[in-house]
Ligand binder design. Structure first.
Ligand code: ZN
Length: 253
């Protein structure tokens, strides 16, 4: 390529002439000879440069668009390092394909609230149910279901799965959501005061740990239209109040 500078359209300064034998001495000799014979190639050089400039422009345009519309900051929360406070009792499920598939969670974007849908059952009974799914025969298929946390009727909180692993509750968003199931005394799905207060506390704590805010807290209904948590789907105002309570709890943390 250096040889182009020695062609007529780029009159060579004398130092080029001195430099020239050096490159001619190498295996470039043949290439150099060819470019001299194909001088018309130089006519295309401006077009080549133009095409190059267009490519650079296109690349820059895509880059800017990516920053404006598609850029996401790298995820910095270390999910494995989240330390569980003592008011949460850890009762992890056995690892199994039906309820604790041992799949790493790379990022948490939302906290999803559910009701257990089985009136009067305790947090412990629901934890046992999720764990019992491990006894199903993988060859036969079966029920897949689980939750990271369960809030009981008395306000007790059980953790079934570490937040660094996925649960099976929020399809198709299992891969980037944390689940909270809440027990309830009757069919309306309304939470007891004890459950409600524990849920606010748990949700606010999770928001703090996972660098989320109340806007990132959603209902199962918001994921896939399921009537869950029923009372807070039927009563949109009660759901809004819940988010306000989480916001207030976050401020007081
Ligand atoms: Zn649900």
């Amino acid at each position: 390529m250096q040889d182009h500078y020695n062609n007529d359209i780029h009159p060579a300064p004398s130092d080029r002439q001195v430099f020239r034998p050096e490159i001619s001495d190498t295996s470039d000799r043949q290439t150099a000879g060819r470019s001299r014979r194909q001088r018309p190639f130089d006519r295309f050089l401006p077009y080549l440069l133009l095409a190059l400039l267009l490519l650079i422009g296109l690349g820059a345009g895509i880059g800017v668009g990516y920053r404006i519309w598609g850029y996401e900051a790298p995820y910095t929360v270390n999910l494995k390092a989240v330390e569980t406070p003592d008011w949460i009792e850890q009762k992890f499920l056995r690892k199994n394909i039906f309820s604790r598939p041992d799949v790493s969670m790379r990022e948490v974007k939302n906290i999803v609230i559910h009701y257990v849908g089985n009136p009067g059952t305790s947090a412990e009974a629901n934890q046992r149910y999720f764990d019992s799914l491990a006894d199903q025969d993988p060859e036969q298929g079966g029920t897949s279901s689980s939750s990271h946390f369960i809030v009981g009727l008395e306000g007790e909180v059980l953790q079934c799965i570490p937040v660094s692993e996925i649960s099976y509750a929020n399809a198709p968003r299992n891969f980037d959501t944390v689940t909270i199931e809440v027990c309830h005394p009757d069919e309306t799905g309304k939470f007891t005061d004890a459950s409600y207060n524990a849920l606010v506390k748990l949700t606010a704590w999770l928001c703090g740990e996972l660098e989320l805010d109340a806007n990132d807290v959603i209902r199962h209904y918001d994921v896939n239209g399921k009537s869950c948590p029923r009372y807070y789907v039927d009563h949109g105002d009660a759901w809004k109040q819940f988010l306000k309570d989480v916001k207030a709890a976050l401020k007081n943390q």
